[in-house]
Design a protein around this ligand. Structure first.
Ligand code: GLP
Length: 235
């Protein structure tokens, strides 16, 4: 595991974008696993700048997002569909047909989750997966639990996660209680992982995750078992 301490949020964003750009430049048809949350916004801005300056071409890229809230209108700003449009997809040339986000509104959630796994497989697997870190150690929406969930699945969100994500909603009651997320197994199958962590409030959980015991109660601790993880951390 490579842990790079950054001096600012801007530096995390810049280094993160450089790593993604290098991946794309080495393999034009890379499969990117993407994350939402406030942490990767700066990195998406840097990637957009590279595209606008003709330094990066996304036309061969396929993307799979980590997660999406259940029971949310995909057109409202709080949905991850909207977030990704706003922060990246509407600004670069990733073909629409190559963009994938879990279908959290499907009536048959199990089949939708299985289809998502199949689509990742068919695309050749994820080359690099971007992750943020939740305050309780969650990655995607894999909350602390008694076992590591293997595949894409529907989850009930922890109170702490709901409270943390409340800043994006008007009222607590508006924050969805459920989400669909890639499983820990899905994430661990990615060939490379890029974990972005920013802020004092993440320092303790990051230490527990990266240097403590590998336990499902701290989902991100599983990353210690992955052969190619880069962590960009700053506060
Ligand atoms: C949400 C997302 C995660 C994200 C986490 C951290 O719960 N589902 O994928 O990593 O928040 O978000 P932030 O970067 O805003 O701290």
């Amino acid at each position: 595991m490579k842990i790079i301490e950054c001096s600012s949020y801007e530096q995390i964003s810049k280094y993160g974008a450089e790593i993604i750009a290098q991946q794309i430049n080495e393999k034009r048809n890379s499969v990117l696993g993407l994350a939402t949350g406030s942490t990767p916004i700066g990195m998406y801005r840097e990637l957009t700048d590279m595209y606008e300056n003709n330094c990066l071409d996304f036309s061969g890229i396929t993307t799979f997002n980590l997660d999406e809230y259940c029971g949310i209108d995909y057109n409202i700003p709080q949905s991850y569909h909207h977030f990704m449009q706003e922060n990246l997809f509407s600004k670069v040339n990733i073909p629409m047909k190559s963009i994938h986000i879990p279908d959290a509104s499907a009536e048959d959630a199990e089949t939708a989750c299985r289809n998502y796994e199949d689509a990742i497989c068919k695309a050749g697997g994820i080359d690099i997966q971007v992750l943020g870190l939740g305050h309780d150690g969650h990655i995607g929406f894999n909350e602390p639990s008694d076992s590591f969930p293997v595949i894409t699945h529907k989850v009930k969100l922890e109170e702490r996660t709901i409270l943390a994500n409340m800043r994006f909603f008007a009222r607590r009651e508006d924050v969805p209680q459920f989400a669909v997320t890639m499983g820990i197994g899905t994430i661990m199958k990615a060939r490379r992982i890029l974990l972005l962590v920013f802020g004092d409030d993440k320092e303790e959980i990051m230490k527990r995750a990266l240097t403590g015991k590998v336990i499902p109660q701290v989902p991100a601790s599983v990353l210690q078992l992955h052969p190619d993880v880069t962590v960009l951390y700053g506060k």
